[in-house]
Design a protein around this ligand. Structure first.
Ligand code: NAD
Length: 447
């Protein structure tokens, strides 16, 4: 099949490269000329494991190319995907659909022959109806069908998620569209992946409902972590205890500093608006948003409390700026709330991240960014893990103790075990894991 991918950011580039790897002929289009020029030089605009190799292989095989001009790729395409951004609209939380509708207008002008226009961006219910209206109004002559096909990939594991998805959701009532989408995703039949065909509006809502449910799980386990700390229970064991129940499942039950990223926060806000506009009261969505916001602030307080409640002019070293490991994405990362909160309390903050420093720099002021964890820790009174990068999992605590002003580890991702850290002479503060059957409590040195 011939595919035009409009928008070559995270989702567009990964999807385009994977579709090319499935054997389709793919052109990735983006209006950002610098991004396309970089891709033509095989330079990746994002950090995603396996992506450089996947892109290079498919470019060399002649199945994947890049351009800023959508006219030819759209005219030639059997399927045109819309994978442009749908950020939160400034001020009110609605999804900003400017890019989706602009893309629809540009696509409409170039259509030739039967084409499926597939909305892969995360969009509010009714957006595909509006895309269809735009296309019909611009080109009443054209034979096109608008399909919803939300994307569920996770940054950091995007290629595996795309190639081995739990399901593919296709929203359409058109038989030709179902046939086309079945062909597009045919290689997934080897793994018997379910292609779930639903109504278009249901498909649009499934994406928000999935993200909301996962965000709710994260906020739930974070609340459980707070309770664990107060009653002397262990959130890690609690998560196992409930996660082994197949009705609950083990994923998204890691307590931490709150969810962030390019999707959950904006999609939760957009879902709330969808519900409110429809006259529904989405109280769980509302509560999850508010629990997560206060979570980030409470974790800043936790760091300050670990330092005795006063951090004025005290140096705090932060490990991890991205919202999760294996990505350079810092959008709505907990670090962007926690670091300013520490600075507001007077702390001097230094930070290190394996991939996210350049992305974080414009969002933070008065932070010294350092090239490795040890440079970062030198002279600090607390070392704080905010993202569980693998490179933070085997730190040399002897070395850290010799260079830090005081040996305190605040581990907001529960990477380490208290006893292990205490043995190295460190005070240890973590999330929801107090005294564990003789293991040192989260304040190990106080024991
Ligand atoms: P992104 O910001 O990384 O990329 C969007 C790209 O679209 C940009 O490069 C931009 O220049 C381009 N663009 C905008 N208007 C255009 C136009 N008219 N023509 C051509 N290019 C245009 O965004 P993303 O993270 O890839 O997200 C895209 C969509 O997918 C969003 O709706 C998002 O919610 C959804 N989504 C994202 C993820 C994720 O993990 N990032 C996962 C699932 C779904």
């Amino acid at each position: 099949m011939r595919i035009a991918m409009i928008g070559s950011g995270y989702v567009g580039l990964v999807s385009g490269a994977c579709f090319a790897d499935f054997g389709h002929q793919v052109t990735c289009v983006d209006k950002d000329a610098a991004l396309i020029a970089a891709l033509e030089r095989l330079e990746m605009p994002i950090f995603e494991p396996g992506l450089p190799e996947l892109v290079a292989t498919n470019v060399r095989s002649g199945r994947l190319s890049f351009t800023t001009d959508l006219s030819r790729p759209v005219a030639d395409a059997d399927v045109v995907f819309i994978a442009v951004g749908t950020p939160s609209r400034r001020g009110d939380g609605y999804a900003d659909l400017t890019h989706v509708y602009a893309a629809a207008r540009e696509i409409a002008r170039e259509l030739v022959g039967f084409t499926a226009i597939v909305v892969k961006s995360t969009v509010p219910v009714g957006t595909c109806d509006e895309v269809e209206r735009i296309v019909r109004e611009a080109r009443p002559d054209v034979d096109a069908v608008v399909v919803s096909n939300p994307e569920f990939l996770r940054e950091g594991a995007a290629i595996a998620d795309f190639k081995q998805p739990d399901r593919v959701v296709v929203g359409t009532a058109d038989d030709r569209a179902v046939e086309t989408m079945t062909e597009v995703y045919r290689p997934l039949q080897i793994n018997r992946t379910t292609l779930l065909v639903t109504g278009r509006r249901t498909s649009e809502l499934i994406k928000y409902a999935a993200n909301a449910f996962l965000a709710m799980k994260v906020s739930f386990v974070n609340e459980m972590a707070d309770i664990c700390e107060l009653v002397g229970a262990d959130v890690h064991d609690l998560a196992n205890g409930i996660g082994l129940d197949r009705r609950i499942g083990p994923d998204f039950l890691q307590a931490g500093p709150g969810y962030g990223g390019s999707c959950f926060p904006k999609d939760m806000r957009a879902l709330l608006k969808i519900a409110q506009d429809a006259g529904a009261h989405a109280r769980l969505v509302e509560a999850t948003i508010s629990v997560n916001e206060s979570r980030k602030r409470s974790q800043a307080r936790k760091i300050i409390n670990a330092l005795g409640g006063k951090v004025h002019n005290r140096r705090i070293a932060i490990l991890g700026l991205t919202f999760k490991p294996d990505t350079d994405d810092v959008r709505e990362s907990p670090a962007l709330t926690i670091i300013p909160a520490l600075q507001d309390a007077g702390a001097v903050v230094v930070a290190h991240d394996p991939e996210g420093i350049e992305q974080a720099r414009p969002h933070l002021t008065d932070v010294d960014f350092l090239a490795d964890p040890y440079e970062c820790a030198a002279g600090a009174e607390a070392l704080v893990i905010l993202t569980e990068w693998d490179s933070f999992r085997a730190l040399d605590f002897r070395r850290l103790k010799s260079i830090m002003k005081s040996p305190l580890l605040v581990d907001l991702r529960n990477v380490y075990r208290g006893q292990e850290i205490a043995r190295q002479g460190f005070r240890y503060v973590c999330v929801g894991r107090p005294d564990k059957g003789g293991e040192p409590a989260f304040d190990a040195a106080a024991e």
